[in-house]
Design a protein around this ligand. Structure first.
Ligand code: DLZ
Length: 196
């Protein structure tokens, strides 16, 4: 866990052994996305989430994160109550990306307890960045409230690539925020069960 002033501090207990977690990530800025996804996965596994219960899917860019979260969560709810044929996006258990350590083979079935949406938005010369950042943030917040499932906000909105490299843990003084997102997913997934 990050030990500076920033960061969430220690949670009381983080046991993910009975959780199903979805990671959806953008492929824009893949060299930055890859360590963030790996950081999230590392913490999920450390906190007891079973490999079988981590599903990873990708979309082209951050703009597509909300629709992917919406469809994949809805599909996981349907899976829980119907025959397991015809999985959305060719099977929820298979990653559509070559990110090392991504889920391969068959995953378990059932609704996700937490979702991590990961993207890296780097500001350019136009207002494009602001439009995407604002819309995706609102979209993800809406989805977590509408569905009642935690959607961890793994969207880095940075002014330049150097800022993103620090936050992806790629520099000596950096910290991989993906690890925090993994821990937040376990904490919120477990608390959601308690609060149901
Ligand atoms: C088009 C675009 C641009 C310019 N920059 C980024 C970025 O920094 N990070 C990101 O995740 N996606 C970017 N995209 C792609 C959009 O999110 C989206 O995929 C396309 O506009 C297609 O809808």
């Amino acid at each position: 866990m990050f030990s500076g002033t920033k960061g969430p501090g220690e949670a009381e207990s983080l046991n993910g052994s009975n959780l199903r977690v979805l990671i959806v990530h953008a492929r824009w800025n893949t060299p930055l996305i890859t360590p963030l996804v790996e950081g999230a996965r590392k913490k999920l596994l450390e906190r007891g989430v079973k490999e079988l219960n981590i599903v990873t899917q990708s979309v082209p860019g951050s703009w597509e994160l909300p629709i992917a979260v919406q469809r994949l969560y809805a599909a996981s709810q349907v899976q829980a109550s119907s025959a397991p044929s015809g999985d959305l996006l060719g099977g929820l258990g298979r990653s559509s990306t070559p990110i090392p350590g991504s889920t391969s083979g068959t995953s378990s079935k059932g609704p996700f307890d937490a979702i991590i949406a990961i993207g890296v938005l780097i500001k350019g010369d136009t207002a494009h960045f602001e439009h995407i950042a604002e819309s995706v943030s609102r979209g993800l917040m809406r989805l977590q409230l509408d569905f009642g499932v935690p959607v961890i906000f793994g969207l880095l909105t940075v002014l330049n690539e150097d800022q993103a490299r620090v936050r992806a843990g790629l520099t000596a003084d950096g910290h991989n925020h993906g690890e925090d997102w993994g821990e937040a997913a376990v904490e919120m997934g477990a608390k959601r069960k308690l609060w149901s």
